[in-house]
Ligand binder design. Sequence first.
Ligand code: GLU
Length: 282
Amino acid sequence: MPITRFAPSPTGYLHLGHAYAALLAFRAAEEGRFLLRIEDIDPVRCKPEFTEAIIEDLRWLGLEWPEPVRHQSQHLADYAAALDKLRDRGLVYPCFCTRREIDQEAQRAAHAPHAEDGTLVYPGTCQHLSASERAEKLARQGSATWRLDIAAAMRQTGKLFWHDRVKGWVEANPALFGDVVLARKDVPTSYHLSVIVDDHAQGVTLVTRGKDLFASTHIHRLLQALLGFDTPGYHHHSLLTDSTGRRYAKRDKAATLRDWRERGETAEQVIKASFAFPDSLS
Ligand code: GLU
């Protein structure tokens, strides 16, 4: 029996694209369980009023889930424990580079590699620090960004695969993003780390989410292997677009569920509109 989840970040109001994603996860749970998780690790961008609005909008759509809802901001100790395990095995290292230093370092390299999503691949500067340099910088700066040593991690796991409902079996290629950040200086975790800890803690067996997160699964599969977690199945679905072909975004006021409601539309009309999208079943 599938256990699925919808895991929004409360950084704005839900729009038609979210309604589609939430409904897809709800329906994919069939006779199993559909969970709601609030991904609120970023204290600057996430707001409690958006969490309340998300819950209200999903209820309005007719969705139900077991309580309590997992709020990531209340589980920072779980993410810290997972990071400690990786640290004990020498698989993460502290990075002291500022964004500017990373940009400058990349410019010095003739062909600075970029990941699929356009982000710069970290050039590995701090990986080469000695143990005493690390200790000295940590003592002086008080905190650091923690990065996963992808090459060392992959040496431990060997080849990895995951199953996607649309693409079939996929071989993990975690090196795509370089040494990703697992814990930020200001937030002691990251999207990648908290998602895999939570999917494991909540017993999620099928992750449904938009295609924009497909590449992240390469990293998630590696982290699951390192931490001894089972790998769920995945369904990376299409992203809804408006009539001009543009993806819905939280800033598009007209597409928010609140706005549909204020215009007097019913939940049935929203559900029909989101599933009317021509490519919505893949
Ligand atoms: N919190 C992420 C978002 O709102 C989704 C994470 C996931 O489904 O893995 O885009």
